[in-house]
Design a protein around this ligand. Structure first.
Ligand SMILES: Nc1ncnc2c1ncn2[C@@H]1O[C@H](COP(=O)(O)OP(=O)(O)OP(=O)(O)O)[C@@H](O)[C@H]1O
Length: 526
């Protein structure tokens, strides 16, 4: 602020010096020439340093905002993120962050121009308090009416932002549905002319309306400026006896102030957009609690020997109540060194149960206990650290991120050989040479990551579904029994009834409820 004010003060001094020279009669003195160029040098230094200082502030603010938002997303519950949908999150991370950061980046110049404007006003007050007060009243009135015009753009700006969410959804379909769109001409045509085109058209209309309003406000502002100069030149002499030098000075300063004032008024639309972007970010309801990134990794307090679910219940709420899906009440006990299969038809609730068990969802009712310890919001993140999971819609990282182990590459190589991937993928410093593999091979890499995590509880959601018969057999008859022998608690969602006898316990789900429990291993023993 100090740098900006000094810079503004120096600029106003320069204009005052110009005014003095213009009003003077004789040739300029050496002193005034030296003063003029000295102040010019000062303006250069102060202007540059104030901008750099403010740039430092604004870029730091941008950095903090970006990281803060990413951390918020990391600490927001999975339930909330799932219900928001990826298009809204992507739109927030791109559009909203961009809007806010652009405005923040404009902030240094805004401050410098505000300082110049204020200092010029100060000089005008010194020249003639009466004229200056009349000018301030005129500027305030002008700004208010200008603002009244611009305010009309707000609803259009909000609609533009809403439409942007829809457009991002369309872009996602464009990318993720590229195979299906290429294979079906009518679908492609409908998607383009029935979905993308209308949305893009709406964006265009809204943008045109907003920009027209801003253009109107801008032209009005410019016209108002000339009215102001006209008033100084023609009307002011009628209200009192003003020195012609004062009037010339006023006109000169007011013309000089045009640039900073235009800049200040010109930033109003970006502040308006930034406010809407901030409101949009707030409406996402992201977590404001301390982020999980900042939390110190607490050592796991439980070993993962027993897991108990008691009357666990979770409901997916939908717009129409009769479409709600309720999982539970579920009562289940699993132990270390035990393989539990979860079976059931499509939509019976198997994957939802896995999300509840792994702590991605917080139950609506009932409780989860690990080694007797009740899991609640306070310890749920610690609890999640006991699981190694390969989801049916798993995400494969390009490297073994977050795994710190001096023998990591050697261990990974061992598992690459075990999973018959060594000829396809190499690993160096924890980074896979490639992840461009078949779906079944990618799942094996995901399994390798789970192996290296070496956690007490393993969960596989239809892992074997993409494997060939040979590798299916290896998975059920070698890999699962090995994990069991290592004392791991293993939960497997499976439709492979050929291998059900590998399980110690099978639970069958239907419409979100356990309808059957079997113990094949016990039967085999008897
Ligand atoms: N994200 C979600 N939002 C709302 N409802 C959901 C969501 N995910 C699942 N559901 C509801 O939960 C039901 C069970 O889904 P879930 O994915 O758990 O079934 P599943 O047994 O794993 O099925 P599949 O064998 O096809 O993978 C679905 O029929 C659906 O009604």
């Amino acid at each position: 602020i100090l740098a900006g004010v000094s810079s503004g003060l120096a600029s106003a001094t320069l204009v005052a010096l110009i005014n003095r020279e213009l009003a003077g009669t004789g040739p300029a003195t050496t002193a005034s020439i030296v003063t003029f160029f000295a102040v010019t040098a000062l303006v250069l230094v102060l202007n540059y340093s104030s901008r750099v200082l403010l740039l430092n502030l604004s870029t730091q603010a941008i950095l903090e905002m970006r990281l803060y938002l990413c951390r918020q997303i990391l600490s927001t519950s999975f339930q909330r993120l799932e219900s928001l949908g990826s298009n809204r999150l992507l739109a927030a991370l791109t559009e909203d962050v961009l809007t806010i950061t652009t405005t923040l980046a404009d902030f240094p110049l805004f401050c410098v121009n505000l300082a110049i404007f204020t200092c010029c006003l100060g000089y005008l007050l010194w020249l003639s308090p009466l004229l200056a007060l009349a000018l301030i009243a005129f500027v305030v009135l002008g700004t208010l009416t200008h603002e009244a015009i611009e305010r009309r753009a707000r609803t259009y700006l909000v609609s533009t932002r809403e439409t942007w969410d829809v457009l991002i959804g369309g872009y996602q379909t464009l990318i993720h549905g590229s195979k299906e769109l290429r294979l079906h001409r009518q679908r492609r045509e409908f998607f383009f002319s029935g979905v993308l085109q209308p949305t893009a058209l709406t964006m265009r209309k809204l943008a045109f309306t907003c920009q027209s309003i801003f253009a109107l406000a801008n032209s009005y502002g410019q016209a108002l400026y000339f009215v102001l100069i006209g008033l100084i030149l023609f009307a002011a002499p009628g209200f009192g006896r003003f020195d012609p030098q004062v009037l010339t000075g006023f006109t000169l300063i007011v013309i000089y102030m045009n640039a900073p004032l235009s800049y200040l008024v010109g930033t109003f639309p970006s502040f308006r957009r930034a406010t809407i972007a901030l409101e949009k970010l707030e409406s996402l309801g992201l977590s404001l609690t301390p982020t999980i990134c900042e939390e110190k990794a607490t050592p796991a307090t439980a070993n993962g020997r027993t897991l108990e679910l008691k009357k666990l219940r979770y409901t997916y709420r939908s717009e129409q109540e009769d479409h709600d899906f309720t999982l539970g009440p579920i009562d289940l006990q699993c132990k270390a060194g035990e393989i539990t299969f979860v079976i059931g038809g499509n939509g019976s609730g198997k994957s939802s149960l896995v999300k509840l068990i792994t702590g991605l969802y917080a139950p609506d009712a009932g409780e989860v206990r690990l080694d007797g310890r009740r899991i609640d919001n306070e310890n749920r993140d610690d609890y999640r650290q006991h699981f190694s999971v390969v989801f049916s819609d798993f995400y494969l990282f390009e490297s073994l991120v977050g795994l710190y182990n001096p023998d990591l590459d050697a261990q990974a190589l061992h598992y690459l050989q075990k999973l018959q991937l060594a000829s396809k993928v190499q690993i160096k410093d924890g980074v896979f040479s490639t992840t461009n593999l078949s779906q079944g091979q990618r799942k094996r890499l995901a399994l390798l990551t789970a192996y290296l995590e070496d956690r007490p509880i393993y969960v596989f959601d239809e892992w074997a579904a993409d494997q060939d018969p040979y590798f299916k057999e290896i998975f059920y008859l070698q890999l699962l029994p090995e994990l069991k022998a290592r004392g791991k608690m293993v939960l497997v969602i499976s439709h492979d009834d050929l291998y059900y006898d590998v399980a110690d316990k099978i639970i069958k789900l239907d419409s979100g409820k356990i309808i059957e429990q079997k113990y094949p291993a016990a039967c085999k023993r008897t």
